[in-house]
Design a protein around this ligand. Structure first.
Ligand code: KIV
Ligand code: ZN
Length: 386
């Protein structure tokens, strides 16, 4: 029987930091890591220790700092990577080594110039070696999304025998369709001997805009860990967005899947990450974008003013946004104008509203957004109001 809790593995500081043009120093990483710990993530992937002295230092400092979450370091299936990661993680209360190797035909042929049997051997040895340092070892089968399922099952069985506790099934290139990714997880659950000893993990990239959908299909089909980043940042088109998967599971309780995330912190941490990395969040980004709770068309505004459930599926407070906003543009109706006018102290009669509304439209046609001082000016200059 699978647990209803889905572990949230945050890789903002490793896969997320691979965004072109982004570089965080150790100080910034510590601030983000501490907030991630408070947010309630289960695992913080702090970096790739062998990649540079700076990354080693950051992983070591995060290991010392973090109180609750497991701290994880990435490695290739290379002895020295694993030894260095173990060293960087030695102060962590709960250390995890995340090792792995490419398993798709193209990775085996072009990257490793090897063959399937050799890759199985390297995977086994890497996990066994990592186990000599830590109990908790996660294995990634890079490009699992394009790896033949039968071979992938053999890889999983092999690393479970070596002691892997978590099996990461990355859709490294963001190629899978949701039903295919879900079927892959289901296949592994049904065909890998010893699977009950390990947790299956989704690690999806967003090249076709499907990272969130694929991760959700993964957990519906039996995965119990999602690897994700704040704002979905990451290599190329990014990774699965943490705030999206968490809110999908919260807003669909019939799925009977939960996380430990304190969702009221999502908006704040989204800003922290985008400010620290200097990477803008698109305004229409789900959950944390500037427009995620802004209503601007007349029909929607009228509905939301009557009852917010008409056009809002999430209470903005649940993600740390104080309240949704009614944005006044030339598409707004009388209800929205009356509502915003009331907020700044004007109770308008129907007659006043009719006259002011036509002045408002003339004004709004010339300006993208009408703000409170504009409303004030429109009302005060209106003859019917005087
Ligand atoms: O996308 C990927 O395959 C990865 C692995 C290194 C886990 O990030
Ligand atoms: Zn990745």
């Amino acid at each position: 029987m699978l647990d209803k809790n889905v572990q949230i593995f945050d890789t903002t500081l490793r896969d997320g930091e691979q965004v072109p043009g982004c570089k965080l120093n150790t100080e910034q990483k510590l601030i983000i890591a501490e907030q991630l710990d408070l947010l309630g993530v289960d695992v913080i992937e702090a970096g790739f220790p062998v990649s540079s002295p700076g990354d080693f230092k950051s992983v070591e400092a995060i290991s010392k700092l973090i109180k609750h979450a497991t701290v994880c370091g990435l490695t290739r299936s290379v002895e020295n990577d694993i030894k260095v990661a173990a060293e960087a993680l030695k102060y962590a209360k709960k250390p995890r080594i995340h090792t792995g190797i490419g398993t798709s035909d193209s990775h085996i042929k072009f990257k490793f110039k090897s063959n399937q049997e050799e890759i199985l051997k390297r995977a086994f040895e890497a996990v066994k070696y990592a186990k000599s340092f830590v109990e908790d070892v996660e294995f990634y089968a890079e490009d699992a999304g394009r790896t033949d399922n039968e071979y992938l099952a053999r890889v999983c069985e092999t690393v479970i025998k070596a002691g892997a506790t978590v099996l990461n099934i990355p859709d490294t290139t963001g190629y899978c369709l949701p039903h295919e990714y879900g079927a892959k997880i289901k296949y592994l659950r049904e065909n890998v001997r010893g699977i009950e000893k390990a947790v299956l993990s989704c690690h999806c990239h967003n090249d076709l805009g499907l990272a969130t959908a694929n991760s959700i299909e993964g957990v519906i089909n039996g995965a119990r860990q999602i690897e994700c980043t704040i704002n979905g940042i990451g290599e190329r088109a990014g990774n699965t967005a943490l705030e999206e998967v968490v809110m999908i599971l919260k807003q669909h309780p019939y799925l009977k899947l939960d996380t430990n995330i304190k969702t009221e912190m999502l908006y704040g941490i989204s800003h922290l990450v985008s400010d620290s990395m200097g990477i803008y969040t698109q305004p229409n980004k789900a959950i944390v974008g500037a427009n995620a709770f802004a209503h601007s068309s007349g029909i929607h505004q009228d509905g939301v003013i009557k009852n917010r459930e008409t056009y809002e599926i999430i209470d903005p407070k649940d993600v740390g946004v104080t309240e949704s906003s009614i944005v006044l543009t030339a598409r707004s109706g009388r209800a929205a104008l009356a509502y915003r006018a009331k907020n700044i102290g004007y109770e308008l009669t129907k007659l006043q509203l009719d006259e002011i509304y036509s002045n408002f439209l003339d004004f709004a046609d010339k300006k993208k957004e009408v703000d409170d001082s504009d409303i004030h000016q429109i009302i005060e200059s209106s003859i019917v109001y005087k």
